[in-house]
Structures are given as C-alpha cells and as structure tokens.
Design a protein. Structure first.
Length: 430
C-alpha cells in the first residue's frame, strides 16, 4: 500500500510535468498515463450523484450555437435519474487534449470526450486511453456513410461515436450586401478578388479574418485546394513529394493570400472565430472563409449565402465524434450507455446538424431534410472528390507549414516568391 501511494504521487507529478513539457505529443503522455492508471486507485468524485447515470463531458463547444447543438443530446437524456456535467474548454481540439492530459494526471478523467478523429486515434486506443463504443444499436454502424465508418470502426467495433461532418472549403457571404451591390457569386479567385476595389468604394472589407493561428492556417489550406490535387497534398504530407516542383504553385497561393490581406477587415489580431463570423452577419465585411461549422455562430442563417471556396477541386472534411474513457463506476458506465443511445439516434443526429452546420454522418439523408446551407453542402459532398483531413494531422511537413503561415501573413514586406521559399524550407527540414 505504501508503494502504491508513493508511485501514485510520482505519477501525478510526472504526468503534470510531461503535460506541460510535450504539448501535443499525446501518445507519449498517454503511454505514461496508462502505466500510472493501472496502479492508481480509482478516483472518488467529491460530488457523487444520487442518480443512476452520470455524464461528465469534456468538449470544445463554447458558442451559443454550438451549445444548442450539444443540448440536443442533453435534452434527449433529461430525466431525474440522469446527472449531466459538461465542460467547454478554450483552444479548440488542442485545448481539449491538453485538458484531458491534466485530468488524467489528477485521476479525474471525464467519462465522455468530444473528439475530432485523426490517424492518431488508433494509437490512443492501443495505449488504453479510450474504450470502444459497444452500447449502440447493432445496425447503427450500417447506417453510417462509408467514409465515416472506415474511420470510426476497427475490426467491426466502433471506436468513436460519430455525429456530424464538417467541410472546410466553405465560404459564407452577407446576403444583404451581396444583393444590394448586385454581386454575382465568384467562380474563381480572380473574380472574388476583383470585388475588393468595388467594396472598398462602399467602405466594406471583402473578407472577415483573424490572424489567430488555426484560423489563418485553415484559410491558407483552403487556398491550396485550388492549386494542389488531394493526391498531391497527401504526397506532400507523407514526405514523398519533391517540394521544389511545387514552388510556382506555392507562389500562386501566396499571391492570393496577400491580396486577401489587402482587402481584409482591420483589427484582426487574435480575433475569436465567432467574432470573425459576427462581422459578416453585421455587414461589416462581405464574406468569411472557414469551415461550415461557422453556421453555428450565425444568429440568422438566412442572412447568409453559402458557397464552396472559388476553384475548389475537392472537399477537405473532418467529423465531430465522442470517445469513451475507461471507468469503473457503474454510474459513469451507465452514463456512457445512455449517452450512446441518444447520440446514435438518427433524429437527434439530424437535429444536431441543423444547429451545428455540416452534414449528418448517416446515409440516406436528402437535401430537403436539411436547411439551405447544409443542403448545398450535401449536394457538393455527393459530387466532388473527398479528402479526410485526419490523414494530414500530425504530419511533420504540414505542421511545419502551419507554423510559418502566421509570420508570413504578418510580414507585409515579404513577396510571394520569398513566402514560397520560406514554406519550402520549413517543410524540407528533418
């Protein structure tokens, strides 16, 4: 017993130090967590519920629209025997991972976590961080879109509970400005950028944008869609492609990026994404270029004109899901079981997407079951090549590229050729 207490204390200190030291290197942290948790006594909750089921959910949904989407599942579980506690965190998916690391170190991991899957998912299961989802109806996996099932299921067992797809080649325009100025929907970056001077005469910026790292890199990655095929992007990410052969196309993407900066709204330093969206809804900018999750931040989606980004040749996508942690408490286990039932209900999934934007993960949905923006996304999904962004996450070349985009954006003296050189140099380093 003395050894166990000493080792438990050592694990907590070590895990906490490692969590701050290695940042996103979660696999290494979770490997240590797995060893520690095998010998640590189960954590005792100070505020135990008297009900029969309890949900402790960690997620990244802070805005009212995102909260409304999450509450579709909460409301489906509303009864006296269910206790619901959810914790939204700052910092997006990275913030969720960091918070989970800290909770593991404190022996207080939640029983459910909102997760955006990538290739690292299987590693985390192999390390024992998450458990499989085995309490949904037997035919639920059969209802999933093939692209989702391929990622969510391993050896016939669901490892994540998927709920909604997001596409990232998405633009939204302020409908009132669009109609008042008599603008036609741009079909190329050239025609889109040509709107900049016209709007400047009216005192309206072309684009609402933030230089917050993840927003800016997401926007730049969307520019790449018009210059690089999905096969080329994958080859680039895997370290297979000769980057020098792409130099001219990198220059083209930076020519577009710098023109976007020229016509972008001012006061954009570290602007939260929901405020970036709000500027478009208020008519303070014509458009925004981010994923279709931005629909959740609009008070009135009818004020939008939704479209794909100009010259989009394929659709990059990811999906929202939930993962379950290993817990022994019967109350927490029952919470997982009941949550799985609610989050795998087809009507709940469609209702969730109506609030959150994007697409349901299930097959058989038709455009008339969705609102205008989501219906347009479904039509595009069915017609265009698809690229799961999870294949790019954690790849050294992609991370290196993302790391220099913000500094390039903020340096107004750099030329497109110099920017291309900087990106190629960063991506070429071991």
């Amino acid at each position: 017993m003395i050894f166990m207490h000493i080792f438990s204390s050592l694990c907590v200190r070590t895990l906490t130090n490692r969590a701050h030291a290695i940042g996103d290197e979660l696999a290494a942290l979770f490997l240590l967590a797995n060893v520690c948790l095998m010998v640590m006594p189960a954590a005792v909750r100070a505020d135990e519920t008297t009900g029969t089921a309890r949900i402790e959910l960690l997620h990244l949904w802070r805005t009212p629209g995102e909260q409304a989407a999450l509450h579709v599942f909460r409301d489906a579980l509303s009864d006296p025997s269910m206790a619901w506690f959810d914790t939204p965190v700052q910092g997006g998916a990275t913030g969720v991972r960091k918070q989970l690391s800290d909770l593991l170190a404190a022996e207080a991991q939640p029983n459910i976590i909102q997760w955006i899957p990538s290739e690292e998912l299987n590693q985390l299961f192999d390390l024992g961080v998450f458990r499989t989802v085995d309490t949904v109806d037997e035919d639920f996996a059969d209802k999933l879109l093939p692209e989702i099932r391929e990622v969510a299921e391993t050896d016939g067992v669901l490892r994540v509970l998927p709920v909604g797809i997001h596409t990232y080649d998405f633009m939204a325009y302020n409908r009132q400005l669009f109609e008042r100025l008599g603008i036609e929907l741009p079909t190329s970056w050239e025609s889109y950028l040509a709107l900049g001077p016209l709007l400047a005469e009216s005192g309206v910026p072309l684009l609402s944008v933030s230089d917050e790292n993840w927003q800016l890199t997401a926007m730049y990655r969307t520019l790449m869609i018009s210059e690089f095929s999905k096969e080329e992007v994958l080859s680039m990410a895997r370290g297979e492609a000769d980057l020098e052969t792409y130099r001219n196309r990198f220059e083209t993407t930076f020519e577009i990026l710098f023109e976007l900066r020229r016509f972008a709204a001012p006061d954009r330093e570290d602007l939260r994404w929901e405020e970036t969206v709000a500027r478009v809804e208020r008519g303070e900018a014509l458009s925004i270029l981010l994923g279709d999750y931005i629909v959740a931040a609009f008070d009135d989606p009818d004020k939008l004109i939704c479209a794909r980004s100009p010259q989009s040749s394929y659709i990059p996508w990811g999906f929202d899901s939930f993962v379950f942690t290993h817990v022994d408490d019967p109350v927490l286990l029952q919470g997982q079981t009941r949550f799985a039932k609610a989050a795998s209900d087809i009507d709940n999934i469609v209702n969730y997407v109506m609030h959150k934007g994007g697409l349901p993960v299930i097959s058989g949905v038709t455009p008339d079951q969705l609102d205008r923006c989501n219906a347009d996304t479904l039509v595009a999904w069915q017609k265009r090549p698809l690229l799961w962004e999870g294949l790019l996450q954690g790849k050294n070349r992609i991370m290196a590229m993302n790391a220099v985009i913000v500094t390039i954006w903020r340096d107004e003296t750099i030329t497109p050729a110099q920017a291309a050189e900087r990106v190629i140099d960063a991506m070429s380093r071991p």
